[in-house]
Design a protein around this ligand. Structure first.
Ligand code: C2E
Ligand code: MG
Ligand code: MG
Length: 445
């Protein structure tokens, strides 16, 4: 046993890893081997002395042992490097949770002599059996991942690069890049027009967030929003989206269009914050936006109708005049009972349904009846994902109120939006085919 941290030293570490690999093989587990290196630890020894440094090493070692995620062995294998081996059930998410818990354990503040100290770590990880069956090979691969992590500036997690871990690695990279993305101004909004079917006039726009990362390229919201929801960053990101949408709407008066509605997607995580309604109204006041010009698009999920906070926030906002739309109806947890329980103005039928209406399908019957039902409940309907003229004709004949989709316009970047607003200027015809999509020959005449 190593006296300093109470954890086993290098020689014993490898013996313990050997048994852990054996156990994983017998129990049909995965084994996560992480080498955890404390960033710039030498600075701590230099500035606070070796005795203090040794105390810190002991505290971190104990925290790594107590993550509570899974049966774990922790050994210190070098000056400020630990080897952490965790027995995990099959499935990719367990590995992600485990490395997140390890990183978090190091980052918790350490209180020593009345001061708080914050550490970060560089982590290299390999997984049994994907990255190797023998303990030496697994350690080698975790070491190579650790080098890569440090070469890229430290304070990051790197999985050994095999095909199996590419997906995990991407998630880790996105999560790490999300934090600084907001203040590095890497987000912007795209605006997709929504049109009224009755007279072809523009109703407004849906704002859709875009992220251009200098190394990772363009990352779709479908990929990064769930990650931002998982780590809570969706709250500041969502607030930024609302501000940006309001700023843009406030600047649209100059085009002389009628009143437009700006639709903003809201995550269920934002709704769980009881201060959400105040935040929204405060931002609308700041930009002098009429409450009824903003529509919040909420999605159905399990928490939605079972949470008093969510229901009371939505009622407060609706009471103040803010519009509420139920997005993506027809996917996930959609239920007709929500239509009368939730304080909504409008329902958006998901594109997966619209896609099939021009074929003899169940979706065709469902969408037709849904429009009728929704109207009877006094709500409006927007069909999203309209790509073909046949779909548009059917929706019009069924009395659908609004349409949105590539047939009329793809989401536009801010510069494109300015140009198109000048061109549109209260135009009454729907701009068929302006979405620049592949439309089957003869579909639009
Ligand atoms: P959504 O709110 O249902 O947005 C509509 C999605 O459908 C957008 O994808 C849009 O580009 C796409 N779309 C529009 N018309 C068509 C069409 O005719 N055909 C097809 N195939 N697709 C069409 P996008 O921009 O990739 O956004 C995906 C999802 O990410 C959104 O689905 C929304 O759930 C989420 N999202 C986007 N921006 C935000 C945001 O600011 N906050 C939050 N919380 N979620 C956002
Ligand atoms: Mg939406
Ligand atoms: Mg939608």
């Amino acid at each position: 046993m190593e006296a300093l941290t109470g954890l086993s030293g290098r020689k014993e570490a490898f013996a313990q890893l050997e048994s852990a690999v054996h156990l994983a093989r017998v129990a049909d587990n995965r084994l996560l081997i992480s080498l955890v290196d404390l960033d710039r630890f030498y600075r701590l020894n230099e500035t606070r002395g070796h005795e203090f440094g040794d105390d810190v090493l002991g505290i971190v070692g104990n925290r790594l042992l107590e993550t509570g995620i899974a049966p774990t062995t922790v050994c210190r294998i070098g000056g400020n490097t630990y080897m952490v081996a965790m027995q995990l059930a099959q499935g990719t998410d367990t590995c992600l949770h485990a490395v997140e818990a390890i990183k978090h354990a190091v980052e918790l503040p350490i209180e020593e002599n009345g001061t708080e100290l914050y550490l970060t770590s560089s982590i290299g990880a390999a997984i049994f059996p994907e990255d190797g069956l023998a303990s030496e090979q697994l350690v080698c691969r975790a070491e190579s991942a650790l080098h890569q992590s440090k070469n890229e500036g430290g304070n990051r997690t790197q999985f050994y690069n095999s095909d199996n871990t590419d997906r995990l690695q991407r998630r880790i990279d996105i999560e790490a890049s999300l934090r600084p993305a907001l203040y590095m101004r890497q987000f912007y909004l795209a605006y997709q027009p929504i049109f009224r079917l009755e007279d072809g006039k523009m109703r407004g726009f849906e704002t859709l967030i875009r992220w251009k990362h200098p190394e990772l390229g363009t990352i779709s919201p479908a990929e990064f929003i769930p990650i931002a929801e998982h780590n809570g960053l969706i709250v500041p990101i969502g607030e930024w989206v609302l501000r940006e949408a309001c700023k843009r709407l406030a600047g649209m008066h100059k085009y002389g269009l009628g009143p437009l509605i700006m639709s903003v997607n809201i995550s269920p995580v934002q709704l769980q914050d009881p201060t959400f309604p105040q935040t929204v109204l405060h931002i609308l006041d700041e930009y002098k936006i009429q409450y009824s010009s903003i529509e919040l698009e909420i999605t159905e999920n399990v928490t939605l109708k079972h949470s008093d906070t969510v229901l009371s926030s939505l009622s407060k906002l609706r009471g103040a005049g803010v519009r509420i739309a139920l997005d993506d109806f027809g996917t996930g947890y959609s239920s007709l009972s929500n239509l009368k329980q939730l304080p909504i103005h409008c329902l958006k039928i998901d594109k997966s349904f619209i896609k099939a209406i021009d074929l003899p399908s169940a979706e065709r019957l469902i969408v037709e009846s849904l429009i009728e039902l929704v109207h009877k409940l006094g709500l409006e309907v927007i069909a999203e994902g309209v790509e073909y003229r046949e779909q548009y004709d059917l929706l019009k004949s069924w009395g659908c109120d609004y349409v949105q989709g590539f047939l009329f316009g793809k989401p536009m970047e801010p510069e494109q939006l300015d140009l198109s607003m000048i061109k549109t200027n209260d135009k009454q015809d729907l701009p068929f085919g302006e979405g620049d999509v592949h439309v089957e020959a003869g579909a639009i005449k």
